[in-house]
Structure formats: C-alpha cells, structure tokens
Design a protein around this ligand. Structure first.
Ligand SMILES: Cc1cc2nc3c(=O)[nH]c(=O)nc-3n(C[C@H](O)[C@H](O)[C@H](O)COP(=O)(O)OP(=O)(O)OC[C@H]3O[C@@H](n4cnc5c(N)ncnc54)[C@H](O)[C@@H]3O)c2cc1C
Length: 523
C-alpha cells in the first residue's frame, strides 16, 4: 500500500523535485536509505485564501513496491466494422465519447457531423474573426469535436455522479492531452491542444471500424410508422442520402436550432427549458491576479488566476460562467444576423485578459411574452436578444460593449478599454439592449461582486454582448431508465443539446452512458 501525504509548497518550490522528495521523506518519517521507488502526484491545487498563495500537493510514496501500471482504455476496443450499426448525430464530446464506448461494447458507430474536420474548420473560424462571415455549418460550435474543439478546454465538472471522470480524463490523455489533467484540481487543455486530441480520437474510431462523415447535415428523421409505436430507423443527410441504423443518438449540441424545430415538426416531444443569459466581462488579467493572489505581477509558477462569483438578485441567480483566465473572447455565433460571444484560452493561458460569462438565470415564468412559441419559447427569447445585439452594429461580428461602471450608471462609454475580441467592439448602451430583467439583475449583481472581490468593479473592465449559449434552451426528454425518448423507440437524446450535460466532461460522460443503454436496446 502506498503512503500518502499532503505538502504545502510555495510557488517557487512547486517544480523542485528534489525538495519535494525530501519533504515527503520527512513527513512520512522514512529514512533516506529506505527505498523510495516512486512518487506519484495525485492532486495539485492552489490555495490563495491567505496573503501568500500556496500549492497543495497530495503525494503517494511507494516504498519497496512500484505503482501498478494501469490498463489503457484502448486495450478494451474491438474491431466493430461488421457489428450492428448505430447512428450518432453530432461529433461533439458526447458523440465522440459515445462512439468510443460503442466500440468497447461491440457496436459500430456511424458518426454524422454537419461541419468539417477540425483542421478544415480553422479557415471558417478565421473568416468569422477577420471578415465577420459566419458559416452556418462550420463555426465555433459546429464541426468535428463540436463546441469542445476550439473551446477553453476546462475539464472540471460537478457532475460526479454522471459517470467516470477518471476514465474520461484517461481517454483524453491516451489521445494526447497532457497527463497533468489527471492531477490538477482544475484541469485545462487549451484551444491550441484540443484539435490534436480530437483528431486522435477520430483516428481511433476509424481504426476500429467506426465511420465518420463530415459535411453531413442531418435534416430529417426516418421513422417507421407501420407499428403502433413510432420507431426511428435512420436519418436523412443533406436532403438526399440516407443512413440506417439500429438506433439513433441525437448529440447535436445546444445550438442546433434546426434539430429542435425538426423534432417539433415531427410532433416528437421537446420541452422549453430554463437557461441563463447575459454578457461576457473582460478585465486585465493583472488586475484579477492582484485581487486573487495579492501580487502584481504574479509569480511565474502561478497560473493566470480565475474566479467564480454567484449571488441572488430578485429571486434569480446572477453568476460568472466559463471563466477563461489569460484568454480571449471569441465570436460564437452559429448563423448570420446574430451576435454571440464565448471565451477560450491557450494551454499557457498567457493573454493579458481575463474573461468570463456574467449571466442571469432565465426561468420559464420569465418568458410569458414568448408563450406563443410553445416549447420553443426560451429559444426564441435567446434568438431575439442575439439579434438585437447584431442590429445595434454594422452588420459584421463587431460586438457591442460598455465599461461596467457606465453600464451600472446607465451611460454610454466615451471610449472602451483594450480587448482580446478580434472582430472588434463598439461602444453601445447594453443597459438599453438587454431585456429589463437581465439588465437590472446584472447591474445589482456587479455591485454585489464589488464587495466579494475588491477591485473587480472597475472602469478598466467592460462587458460584451451576448453570452447566450450557456446551456440548451430546450430539453429533449428521455426515459430515466432506458435514456430513450418516451415517444420514439430507438431515439436517444444525448449531451448538452438534449439538456443532459453542461460542458465537455459531462457531455462526454453522458455520451458513454447513453452508449451503454443503446447496447441494451440493440441486443
Ligand atoms: C468558445 C467555447 C468555450 C467553451 N469552453 C468550455 C470549457 O472550457 N469547458 C467546458 O467544459 N465546456 C466548454 N464549452 C462548452 C462545451 O464545448 C460544450 O458543453 C460541449 O461541447 C457540449 O458537447 P455536446 O457533444 O453535447 O455538443 P456539441 O459540442 O455542441 O456538439 C454537437 C455537434 O453536433 C453537430 N450537429 C448539430 N446539428 C447537426 C445536424 N443536424 N447534423 C449533423 N451534425 C449536427 C454540431 O456541428 C456539433 O459538432 C465551451 C464552448 C464554447 C463554444
């Protein structure tokens, strides 16, 4: 049995292997001549509550034994080229992890993805960033790896009950992610590394006999209505091609509005869902470091600091969302005529900016003016705010922005701070464009956060519209036991778009869980 101890280390000590070994020997009262075969770092976190930030390192020491080698997940994979086919719509984290799980379970995944492969996608991202042109099938949300590929790549999740976090992280490491993600309390991959991991996962799926088709936009469902119970037997792609399978997994993400509309047209039940909407807030990273670490500049071994804020205003949560230290704000629109922003960062998190979503919970009772849209009410509300932000601009992907102090006072900013947002910003009264319930809660929330983080409420900070794709505004229901849609045999809603995940890890784990249920259905 390995011995375990937790060390507290200064930033200047965290990379000093010799010193760490000495401390472990001392703490575990091991004599220097006792054989210390290996030290395994189990968990690394930062505690910045006191004036001097420290690392906490949980270490396992193996005395007279060596750590057991773990079996690679890929060793469980089988050749599935001749197995029963299952259609997976969407190559995001839910779709790709479901495909890997199916290979482990002996089913043949056929992945259909409306966008392009991760590499070809880059050209379309450049077109959004530099020319303001949004490709409706290839953008920050659509394409191989889904919204996860050019995302920030934060890998922590609160959904510990949903599946194996360790297995998910191991799969990522086996496909090229830095093994540190198995140790860090807040693991992060970064937008520059994610595409390589995603491409390696694709190679594994193909190697074991799965299929992946890009530029394959699923625009209809093929239903067998000959039976009393409706059953899905396949899907139509690009208006002409058909793919048939034993089951169909819908893992299309929160921005596939056409899929929600398609289900609605087929009278397959969908449900309006609460979500959250607001703005992205951007500060100089140095300012956040000074608040969090009490030092400016931060020590070179400390990562760019982050924060997480939450408060209640008029019965609704106001909270920070998807904080990206040392990151960039990116244009995440999925169609022309809308402004949507999100955040990402490179693995080194070394930009001069800290950005985060700052959003307000939207409950269904807030959407009465949209009730005419039925189950698409929340989606239509989301659309209308994104469109108003676009209409305030010049028809490009330039986004409206306001210094936060001006936003709270209700006045136009005479100028704006520097930004990481490449398409550019223009000064606008966000307090006039945002719906009243969102605006007033954000204004009050920002003033509360000023008390929680001294210096956060600063004229150096600005807000940018719109942070609206926080989660799906629609749920595609499923049976709690079979995870299948209650009205259609063989249809398995999955991941963030169906309302059962929020982030890369939970989407990946949901994909694996649904794959297991599909195996039970197919066999
Ligand atoms: C810029 C950005 C930064 C983010 N940062 C983080 C982060 O740091 N950490 C984190 O956990 N999460 C982050 N997220 C969110 C995360 O990416 C999503 O939660 C996750 O990708 C959801 O996975 P999914 O598989 O359910 O759906 P998605 O990733 O949305 O994938 C759905 C896929 O389905 C495809 N599709 C849609 N409709 C069709 C159709 N009709 N036919 C064929 N294919 C279709 C889409 O093209 C897409 O590839 C970020 C998102 C963005 C945009």
């Amino acid at each position: 049995m390995p011995l375990e101890t937790e060390l507290v280390l200064l930033p200047s000590e965290i990379n000093d292997k010799e010193l760490i070994e000495k401390r472990v020997l001392n703490r575990l009262r091991l004599k220097p001549n006792e054989l210390l075969n290996a030290l395994v770092f189990k968990r690394r976190s930062i505690d910045a509550r006191s004036k001097q930030p420290v690392f906490k390192l949980l270490v396992q020491a193996f005395v007279n034994e060596t750590p057991a080698a773990s079996i690679a997940v890929s060793e469980q994979y089988k050749d599935v080229s001749k197995s029963k086919p299952v259609i997976i719509v969407g190559a995001g984290p839910a779709g790709y992890f479901a495909a890997l799980e199916m290979i482990e379970l002996g089913l043949k995944p056929i992945v259909l993805e409306r966008g392009k492969d991760a590499r070809a996608r880059r050209r379309d991202l450049k077109a959004i960033q530099q020319d303001g042109i949004v490709h409706p099938h290839s953008n920050y949300c659509f394409g191989e790896g889904g919204a996860g590929t050019y995302s920030d790549g934060k890998l922590y999740t609160r959904s510990k009950k949903r599946g194996s976090i360790e297995k998910t992280l191991r799969i990522l490491v086996e496909h090229g992610a830095n093994p540190d993600i198995m140790v860090d309390a807040h693991p992060h991959i970064g937008s520059n590394k994610l595409p390589l991991v995603v491409q390696a996962i694709r190679e594994t799926i193909l190697k074991y006999g799965g299929e992946i088709h890009f530029d394959a936009f699923v625009d209809d469902l093929i239903l067998d209505s000959s039976k009393t119970e409706r059953k899905i037997i396949g899907v139509r792609v690009n208006g002409n091609k058909e793919y048939m399978g034993e089951a169909v997994m819908l893992a299309t993400g929160h921005s596939a509005r056409d899929i929600f509309e398609l289900l609605d047209r087929h009278k397959i039940r969908i449900e309006a869902k609460a979500f959250a909407l607001g703005v992205r807030i951007e500060h100089p990273q140095e300012l956040i470091d000074e608040i969090q670490y009490h030092q400016r500049p931060r020590h070179q071994n400390l990562p760019a600091s982050s924060y997480s804020l939450v408060c209640q205003v008029q019965n609704r949560g106001v909270f920070s969302f998807c904080m990206c230290p040392g990151g960039l704000i990116v244009p995440a629109s999925t169609a022309p005529g809308e402004i949507v922003v999100n955040g990402m960062s490179m693995s080194r998190r070394d930009s001069a900016f800290a950005n985060s979503g700052m959003v307000v919970a939207v409950e269904l009772e807030d959407l009465k003016p949209y009730s005419g849209y039925g189950e698409l009410a929340a989606l239509e509300f989301q659309k209308s705010v994104e469109k108003n932000m676009f209409n305030a601009g010049d028809g490009s992907q330039k986004a409206p922005a306001q210094r936060i102090t001006d936003f709270v006072k209700g006045k136009l900013s005479s100028d704006l701070p520097k930004t990481s947002y490449i398409p550019g910003l223009f000064s606008e009264r966000l307090d006039q464009i945002l719906p009243n319930g969102i605006k007033s809660r954000l204004q009050a929330g920002l003033q509360q956060f000023a008390k929680q983080m001294k210096g956060y409420y600063s004229s150096e900070a600005q807000i940018v519209g719109t942070e609206s794709r926080t989660s799906s505004p629609v749920r595609i229901p499923r049976d709690t036991e079979t995870l299948m849609h209650p009205q259609v045999q063989g249809l398995f809603p999955c991941g963030e778009g169906a309302g059962f995940a929020g982030g890369i890890m939970s989407a990946a784990m949901d994909g694996m869980n649904v794959a297991e249920k599909i195996r039970l259905f197919v066999h």
